[in-house]
Design a protein around this ligand. Structure first.
Ligand code: ZN
Ligand code: FE
Length: 255
């Protein structure tokens, strides 16, 4: 049976999301920014929390873990490389590991760069990807603990997912990301289309995600550092792709 999901806002601009397996009734929260909105989503759906799958150690992704675990006795799965910075971890995972949520299976993809041990979760049967703060809709995370080359490689791993993969990211940053993306590729018609779509969703008080990988490949400048026209417009034709990526990231930091 297909996975069901429930998406909601936490804190200021974090997304919380529940993934539910109606066959076994298992339910995972992907990250736990804070407990109250997760509890509210559980109440709305009638689902029982069995697992928390953590993408990285930042507090805006882990602040709700302890309260949720003490109430629901759920299992906490976290990246091995930064588990020591995450509360109440039961299981650690690495590249290629499989995580079961009831009958749903998530594959672990290591996507370092934002943090040194950041991981993403991909459910191949449902083509769902939970990418934390690595990839955003029309953006990507700040490179805090890694370096641009590492982050670019992580983005390439995500870019290799099927085009019809639905991408759930950690933050609602889409509008700001689109404003910036237009400075890199002002003539990208798909960006203009995304802006209209995002405006429409926000006017209705709806989240702008999930987004599809195919759409990100067409419009997200951080996934387009190896498009020759992009490198050329930045004056970096012929340079290593990660350097083009680094320049785009640097410009966004200053934007
Ligand atoms: Zn983060
Ligand atoms: Fe975050």
């Amino acid at each position: 049976m297909p996975a069901q999901s429930c998406l909601f806002l936490c804190l200021k601009d974090n997304f919380g999301v529940l993934v539910h397996d109606s066959e076994t009734m298992a339910t995972a929260a992907i990250d736990a920014p804070e407990a109250a909105p997760v509890e509210a989503a559980l109440k709305r759906t009638g689902w029982q929390l069995t697992d928390i799958l953590v993408t990285h150690h930042h507090h805006d992704h882990t602040g709700g873990i302890e309260a949720l675990k003490s109430r629901h006795r759920c299992r906490v799965v976290a990246p091995a490389a930064e588990a020591s910075g995450i509360p109440a971890v039961d299981e650690t995972v690495r590249e290629g590991d499989r995580v079961q949520v009831g009958s749903l299976e998530a594959h672990v993809i290591e996507t370092p760069g934002h943090t040194a041990g950041h991981i993403s979760y991909f459910l191949p049967a449902d083509k769902l990807a939970f990418v934390g703060d690595t990839l955003f809709s029309i953006g990507c995370g700040r490179v805090i603990e890694g370096n641009p080359e590492m982050m670019w490689k992580s983005l390439l791993k995500l870019r290799a997912l099927p085009d019809d993969t639905r991408i759930f990211c950690g933050h609602e940053y889409t509008m700001a990301n689109i404003s910036f993306a237009k400075t890199i590729e002002p003539a990208n018609a798909l960006l203009v289309a995304r802006e209209q779509e995002a405006n429409r969703l926000i006017a209705q008080n709806k989240p702008t995600i999930p987004t599809f990988m195919g759409e990100e490949k067409a419009a997200n400048p951080f996934l387009r550092a190896d498009v020759p026209e992009v490198a050329q417009s930045l004056g970096l034709a012929g340079k290593p792709t990660w350097q083009v990526f680094a320049e785009i990231r640097e410009r966004k930091n200053r934007f």
